[in-house]
Structure formats: C-alpha cells, structure tokens
Design a binder for this molecule. Sequence first.
Ligand SMILES: NC(=O)C1=CN([C@@H]2O[C@H](COP(=O)(O)OP(=O)(O)OC[C@H]3O[C@@H](n4cnc5c(N)ncnc54)[C@H](OP(=O)(O)O)[C@@H]3O)[C@@H](O)[C@H]2O)C=CC1
Ligand SMILES: CC(=O)C(=O)O
Ligand SMILES: [Mg+2]
Length: 634
Amino acid sequence: MAMNLTTQSLRRIVASFSPARNRRMPATLPLQTSLTFYEYDLIMSRLSNDLERTVPACASFHTSGPCASDRDDKARKDLRSHARVRGIDILRNPRLNKGTAFTLKERQLMGIHGLLPPVVRSLDEQMVRVMSNFTKRATDLDRYIYLMSLQERNERLFYRVLTQNVEQMMPIVYTPTVGQACQQYGVAFRRPRGLFISIKDAGHVYEMICNWPERNVKAIVVTDGERILGLGDLGVYGMGIPVGKLSLYTALGGIAPSKCLPVILDVGTNNKKLHEDPLYIGMAKERVTGERYDAFIDEFMKAVVKRYGQGCLVQFEDFGNHNAFRLLEKYRHKYCTFNDDIQGTAAVAAAGVFASLRITGKKLVDNTFVFQGAGEANIGIAELLALAMQEEGLPKEEAYKRIWMVDSRGLIVKDRPSGGINQHKAPFAKEFKPLTSLEEIVNELKPTALIGAAAIPGAFTENVLRSMGKFNERPIIFALSNPTSMSECTAEQAYKLTEGRCVFASGSPFPACTLNGKTYYPGQGNNAYIFPGVALGVLTCGVRHIEDKIFLHAAQSLANLVTDADLAEGRVYPPLSMIREVSARIATDLANYVYSKGMASFYPEPEDKEEFIRSFVYDTSYESFEPETWEWEE
Ligand SMILES: NC(=O)C1=CN([C@@H]2O[C@H](COP(=O)(O)OP(=O)(O)OC[C@H]3O[C@@H](n4cnc5c(N)ncnc54)[C@H](OP(=O)(O)O)[C@@H]3O)[C@@H](O)[C@H]2O)C=CC1
Ligand SMILES: CC(=O)C(=O)O
Ligand SMILES: [Mg+2]
C-alpha cells in the first residue's frame, strides 16, 4: 500500500526514536512544514540506517521487495544520499542537484537556501537555458565539454536534454565529436568520470572496484583504448568512449545512470605521440601484452562478478583486434558479456541489409557481398549474415560463398602469397586470383552490396561507386567506419555517383542530401541502434550469456521497425529521433524471444513484456525532496 509521508506521520516516527543524540536544535522551519531541523535530521538518519539494513545489494537487475522497480530503487537511493548529504554538498552531487529547480522549501530543508539564485525554475525552463548555451558554443568540441560539465553538475537535466534532442546531441556525446574529444582528452579533461584501473594495480582490482560509490551497478562498458573508433591507439584518452556509450545506455536504453560504470583498463599505449604528450593522463609506456595482460583482464572480470554479481553485463568496446576476438571467445560462455564492435555492429549492419532487401527486391541469399576490411566489425557482420542465410535454409559453405572479404593485403583468397589469413578470415577465403585494388575487385566480382569498415577514408573511390551503380539497379553501399573523417565516402558522393540509386548508410551521421529535386536521408548504421536495447532486454530478463542468435533477433527486430516511408526517404534505419522507442521495442522483442527459448533467468515470467520493459526505463523528471510528497510501499 502506498503511504503519503505527512508531517504528522513523520512526527509519529520521531516520537518512536530515542532522542539520545546530542544535537544543536535549530530554529523551526518557516513555511508549511512545522518539522524542526532536528526532527528532520533524525528522520533522515533513521531512514538511512533502516535503508542500509533493508535494501540489500540487488542480486539481479530487479529483485523483489525494495528494489522492485528502478524508480523505487532510485527514490530510496536519493533518500539515502539525501540523508547523508546536506548543504553545499547537495549542489555538488550531480545525482541530487537540481540547480535552480530546488523549491524554496527544499532549499530551506536541505540547507542550501541562499546558495542558489533566488529564482525557482522548472526543468523545462532550465532546458531552454541549456539549449541556448549549447548552440552558442563555437565548436563541437566546446559543445562536448559543455555537455560533459552539465552531466557532472546536474545529471537529470543532462539526460532530459539528451533524450529530448537526440538528433542534435548524439553527434556530440557520441561519434563523431567523442572521437575528437578522445584525441584531445588531455585538454578536454575536467573531472574524472568512471573508473581508471592501471595494470600497476593488478592484485587490487576488486578493492578498486569497491571504491566506486554505486553498489548496484548492472552494466559496465570497458575498453583498454587500443582501437578507439578508427583513430587507433589512444590509451587512457579512450575513456571518452565508455563514458559516451553509457550515456546512450541511459538516454536510449533507459538504464539508470547509477547502474552504469565506465571503465578504462590502462595497460600502456603504443602511441608514441602520447608518450611525449605532457598532458597524457595514463601510463606513458608500451602496452603490456601476453600473460600479464591476460591475467589482468581475468582479474578484472572476476572482480566485477565478486562486487556486482554474475548478472552484471560487461560490454567490451574498442579493444584491438588481436584481443577482441579471443577475449570474446574466452568469456562469452562464462560471463554476461558481449563485444559491441563485433556483435553489436553485426546486428546493426545486418538490420540495414534486411531493410535494404525491401528496396532491392532481392532475397538475402541472392546477394554477393564484398567487405572492405576484415576486422572486428566486418567479420562480425559477415558471420551474422552467414548465420541469417543458414536460418533461411542455405548450407553454411554456400552462405560463405556469397561473402568476399578484403583486408590490408587485398582480396582474401586461399593460399594468398602475401598471407595474413587468420582463423576468422579463413572461412571466407575463396579459390580465386589474388587482387589488391578495390576497384579491380568490384569490377571482377560485381557485388550487390559493398560494406566498408577498415578506417580507410575515401576507400570507396569515384570508380568504385560508379561501378556499383553500373552493376546494380539499387546497389547497397554502407560506409561504416568512424568517425566521419574515416568514412569510406560521403553520403553525397554515394548518391551522386550512383544517380541517387544506391541504398546508403554510414557509421557516423551525414546530413540529408538533395539531388535532382529529391532529398535523401542517409541512415546511421551504428551499433547505437542495438546495444542500448539489447542491454535493456538482457538486464531486465536476466539473460546470463548473450548468444549470437540474440543479435540476429535484435537485427530482425530493428529491420521490422523500418517503415515504408523511411525506405522511400532513403533510410534503412528508423530516424534518430525514434531511437529511444526503437531501443524499447528491441528490448521487448528480445524479452519475448529469450523467454520462449529458455534463456531468461528472471521469474515469474512477466505476462506483459512491453509493460515490464518500460517499467524499468529511467525517468528524467526531478524527484521531489519535500517530505510531504514522498510515497512508498508499506
Ligand atoms: N558503424 C559502426 O557501428 C561501427 C564501425 N566501426 C568502424 O569500423 C572501422 C574498423 O573497425 P574494426 O573492424 O574494429 O577494426 P579492426 O582493426 O579489427 O579491422 C580493420 C580491418 O581493416 C583492414 N584494413 C586496413 N587497411 C586496409 C586497406 N587499405 N584495405 C582494406 N582493408 C584494410 C585490416 O586488415 P588486416 O586484417 O590485414 O590488418 C582489418 O581487417 C573503424 O573505423 C570503426 O570505427 C567499428 C565498429 C562499429
Ligand atoms: C561505433 C563503434 O563502436 C566504433 O566505431 O567503434
Ligand atoms: Mg566501438
């Protein structure tokens, strides 16, 4: 039963306490409440003690009882924090701070009256000020720094701004600007955000994780900074990526910020420029590799489970190729984990391909794919497309036959004189002559789809694009490399050189492009369409191991959300303005799927999956700290 905590009922609680504490009694509060600071403080500390006793660290995303919903969890956490924090410290705590939105009564109760300008503003009014400040900044990097400082100051306002202006904000907190911010992290750095664990701390990783103030973390994005977007090894400067990805966990997936932890594992950097950078904030030494590296990652994974439980999701992000695949294999059946660059990217690209088929009118198996790049992203996509073809009844070898890959040494063919074919590339190697130029490869193979993820800017040359237009009525061209500076071609080049016939998507956003009076809206083929929804589904349903079929399912779910109107405008993804809804729908579809396959561990199985999923979505409205408005279950 919900109960309103009135001054009267609070008084009753006070009466039941022992007034043994020796405290100064301040003057009674003005305004409606007649509680004294003494009474108020007593209640808060009593609540704090009770909560410490009664709110256990949740074993899963949601447990029964006090953590039944995110909102309850949050309200209790606010109470706990509130109980300990008073005065100026409230304003310094981004999770509690509401800035000028604190009411007069809250200001008086919490000891912050006079520490803010006298005006009281609503969240919407605060947003107007933020947007005005945001647009006045001279560069995107300035906007990034501005938004990060807002996140440090007032978390709810930050997320309200982000969720209500996704199209405008995503290119700043995410690709491409986050790439620039990482490159200049030494300058952009203001306050540390997330957990920095150095290999020098090996042996103490658990204790360091325990230093993180949140006790109910459910999602970690971790990197070692070796392959940050297509920008290479940025070492600890890569911390911008877990921070940015987790902002999207909350803004797009609705996972509360208190449940998210960004981590950078500092094992050094092989980027010589950083060794000489006086502003570098990490270990300016060559990367540690081999057994010591592996033991460090193992220790990290064990420490995560020890601190946050087996259900804590660990998303590997922007690891170097040589570690990404083997760590995925090592941990995928042992922990709740996935590699976003391999599996998340696979799902978003496959979804784009599935949606494209409605334009080209072809079946998946009727396509010939050429992948430029045979790394994490493209191997992931190729494998998932091969799996999708097998699901359509094609034998595995036949599926691989339709997929051609190109790496830094050229077309991947059997017994290639230049070698370099590892176990991930081998299934795609063909009996064919070795070719090195992409133009030549496209002319020989006449692919229906060309997918680039090699971080070679301009790799889709004029000749390549024209050839794609010559061989196909509706060529599929995906330029997936990030950030924008690494893109294989621009949207404009792709549309112009194929007379507006191509089906185009890019990893980083490109503006709409008008050609012969028709406007095309290029879709953003970025894993941001996948990981927030998958994470939400996995965490709420208690999925322990994230199989590839989950990503295939997410891809199909995303493709199904593309409308005919989207396709008519040239989009193979729903518009970014819909991405929050998309994430909730993917999570709901996943919930249905994982329960039907026995992959969920949260029981009893919720009847209405959509309502179940949506009940966890983080609410960006402010919590009231006026005791009269509190409600909780008895
Ligand atoms: N849109 C999205 O959602 C995502 C985009 N990406 C982007 O994809 C890009 C690649 O990432 P990832 O796959 O993880 O990186 P990897 O380092 O794992 O792979 C890069 C691949 O590119 C190949 N390559 C390098 N030079 C050339 C060349 N001249 N011609 C052809 N191939 C070449 C490499 O060849 P070799 O094997 O011989 O070294 C390797 O196979 C990045 O820009 C990244 O930002 C990544 C994840 C998600
Ligand atoms: C988008 C992403 O994950 C990448 O470019 O690495
Ligand atoms: Mg990535």
